[in-house]
Design a protein around this ligand. Structure first.
Ligand SMILES: O=C(O)CCC(=O)C(=O)O
Ligand SMILES: [Fe+2]
Length: 363
């Protein structure tokens, strides 16, 4: 006789007072100490689950401390990221993004627009001023998806003139992937699912890492952003704090909360994958980056499930009286249209408008 463990397992712990207060005041991100949980302290998982549930149903953004990623690695990754944007224009342009969203995206070369945000805020029509270098999960030439030229599953373009960038950032990415996996039980318990619920969906999880440089512009157009309002596509996003301000998060009252620096903390938020899985109960919060006062860098780590994992609403998350609000599809079939809806550098008509010379050269 086989017995199966039920997926549903109610978390009866109440959210902590500090989290409730941070959500009511909506002036600063709630801060969660994940150290005791990572050290296996009894009860810590249930408490974090309750706190994350309350945060995800309201603000959708928080900060974690004692997350186990050495600050020296984060500092060195920031240092390398700053170098990345100093390499020659010729080299950067050789690595431009195209069929794969892997490589260099110059400043003011795309408009961040998305259906999800159009419904919540407005359609952005201005070019973002940031430049970025985009990486997906690291693969080698023998990887079947690389061989088959599967979109966004190609080889990363590492800058050859900066060899230390690859070694540092690869370590950064694998450390973030490990932390992402460690945080999964918290989301499971936040959704009243058994702690190991997500394990089978994250066997070879995908990730997307965005190294960005926000140049302080002297003149911004009306309605232009360093990074326009968007919601992430991720299951969860990890973002090391920078003391340079710029990030703003939409509160439940539709005001913009300017994120305050917390030393050695990581910002955590969730995106559309968890929004779908939770049947809209966990929000994918709109956020944006405004023109910074001086040079600003970001190393956003978007953490996703396996390409073939289902991102249909989880049956236990569809509450009584509700219908599943999203269709059943694999993560990969969600991800490619998500990126095409957000970035527009592959849209020829769009390119004609923003970069007529380049569009003409491409024919
Ligand atoms: O630069 C930041 O602080 C946020 C970046 C961001 O929202 C993103 O990369 O999706
Ligand atoms: Fe984001």
């Amino acid at each position: 006789m086989t017995t199966t463990t039920p997926n549903f397992l109610k978390n009866t712990t109440a959210p902590s007072e500090a989290v409730r207060k941070a959500i009511v005041e909506a002036k600063e991100l709630p801060i969660l100490d994940v150290g005791p949980y990572l050290a296996g302290v009894p009860g810590a998982l249930e408490q974090l689950g309750a706190d994350v549930r309350h945060i995800q149903e309201n603000l959708g953004f928080f900060a974690i401390i004692n997350h186990g990623i050495p600050q020296t690695l984060i500092d060195e990754s920031f240092h390398q990221t700053a170098q990345l944007f100093e390499i020659s224009g010729d080299e950067k342009n050789k690595h431009r993004v195209g069929y794969h969203h892997q490589g260099y995206l110059p400043p003011k070369s795309s408009i961040l627009q998305s259906t999800a945000i159009k419904e919540k805020i407005a359609l952005n029509t201005k070019k973002d001023t940031n430049s970025a270098w985009l990486f997906m999960r690291e693969r080698d030439a023998n990887d079947p998806k690389v061989k088959a030229n599967v979109r966004h599953r190609g080889l990363n373009q590492w800058p050859s003139s900066l060899p230390t960038f690859k070694s540092t950032l690869y370590q950064y990415q694998t450390s973030m992937e490990k932390l992402g996996k460690e945080l999964l039980p918290i989301y499971a318990r936040a959704l009243n699912l058994r702690a190991d619920y997500f394990d089978s969906m994250f066997q070879t999880p995908e990730y997307y890492q965005r190294c960005a440089y926000y140049h302080p512009e002297e003149k911004m157009e009306e309605g232009q952003f360093a990074l326009a309002p968007h919601s992430d596509g991720s299951f969860l996003t990890l973002l090391p704090m920078t003391p340079v301000p710029g990030l703003q998060v939409m509160t439940p009252n539709k005001e913009w909360l300017s994120v305050k620096y917390v030393k050695d903390a990581l910002i955590v938020n969730t995106g559309q994958v968890l929004n779908r899985l939770s049947n809209d109960h966990f929000i994918a919060t709109p956020h944006r980056v405004i023109n910074p006062p001086h040079k600003r860098y970001a190393m956003t780590f978007f953490f996703y499930p396996d390409d073939d994992a289902s991102v249909a609403p989880i049956a236990e998350c569809v509450q009584s009286g509700e219908k599943a609000k999203y269709d059943s599809r694999t993560f990969y079939d969600f991800f490619v249209p998500y990126l095409d809806d957000l970035y527009h550098y592959n849209d020829t008509n769009f390119m004609k408008e923003v970069e007529p010379e380049r569009a003409m050269a491409q024919g």
